[in-house]
Write a protein that binds this ligand. Sequence first.
Ligand SMILES: C[S@@+](CC[C@H](N)C(=O)[O-])C[C@H]1O[C@@H](n2cnc3c(N)ncnc32)[C@H](O)[C@@H]1O
Length: 360
Amino acid sequence: MSLEQLIKDKIAASGPISVAEYMELCLAHPQHGYYIKQDPFGSRGDFITAPEISQIFGELVGLWCVEMWAQLGGGPMALVELGPGRGTLMQDALRATRHIEEFHASLSVHLIETSPILQTVQFHTLQNLHERIVWEERIEDLPDKPTLFIANEFFDALPIRQHVQTANGLRERRVGVDDAGALCFVMDGNGLSLAKGDSSIKEGTIIESCQMGKAVIGKMADHIRQHRGAALIVDYGYLGDSHQDTLQAVKQHLYHPVLSEPGDADITAHVDFATLLEVAASHGVATHGPVEQGKFLVRLGAELRVERLLATADDEQAVQLISGIKRLIDPAQMGVLFKAIALLSDHSFIPAGFYVPQRP
Ligand SMILES: C[S@@+](CC[C@H](N)C(=O)[O-])C[C@H]1O[C@@H](n2cnc3c(N)ncnc32)[C@H](O)[C@@H]1O
């Protein structure tokens, strides 16, 4: 039976489901989930991410990790990636830092990944790059030691709920089935009466919330507060309320109707950075950013790194290097929509990329 039919049967049995439940079924259903049944990356896949566009992304993230490790006093460190995809970011980060022997000798590498297919791809990509690489199911399973977390385009894959401001109060937008038997958005019957102050929200406004994102960042913050460490999160999203529907599906590099062919298209939502930062701060860690991805990469030395690589590149490689880094940095492409935030156990310094370097 298809995932679409399974979802329709579920709705027939117990009524419309939340957008979060729909997203979770589409992405992580044990048999039909988008990330469970295929490798969705690359030009022949459905989408492409920053590390897949340019090696410079992972290389600079690797250098950021070395800088954090040194600033935190060196010594044993767990390097943890959430949602590593094909393992390309980690591959470039480890390769770019391998000459810093003390750093590599201090590391254990931990990958948290739901997709069995992507775990296998990660194993093949990374097996020769480090001696201690382990896959963990949950943040709670990580070792009790200082930790560096990295997460690129991970939070956007976590399920969101949506509420809409109506004349009858705030109502949940859910997924149901229409008279013709197709999946459709429906409004939950019961409106929430508005708290004082919320009445300023205009009718039609959509408010999104991501419980899982809040839970994950809370656990990351707890872990680095207890054991010391830092976290770097890069994703696309907004600061403040989005006030609109940011749910989107992508198939073969094109936007796709969200309710069509569930499980066969990637579904994401923009990340609410303000809430992530607020939750992390409430768990006692220092928070930094957001900084636009373009600015962040330039501050870490992206342009210098391109120049270095161009010195030994042939014509075809040079074209790829330049177009790749332009795509990551250009405000009209990924440079502004994508943003970086950082968490730190140490409140006494600002991490690289989050301050403007002063010229001597
Ligand atoms: C958009 S991909 C990004 C991959 C990679 N970070 C990159 O930049 O290329 C999202 C990744 O998160 C993983 N993922 C999604 N939800 C997850 C969850 N709840 N726990 C662990 N991994 C998850 C997916 O399988 C995939 O590897």
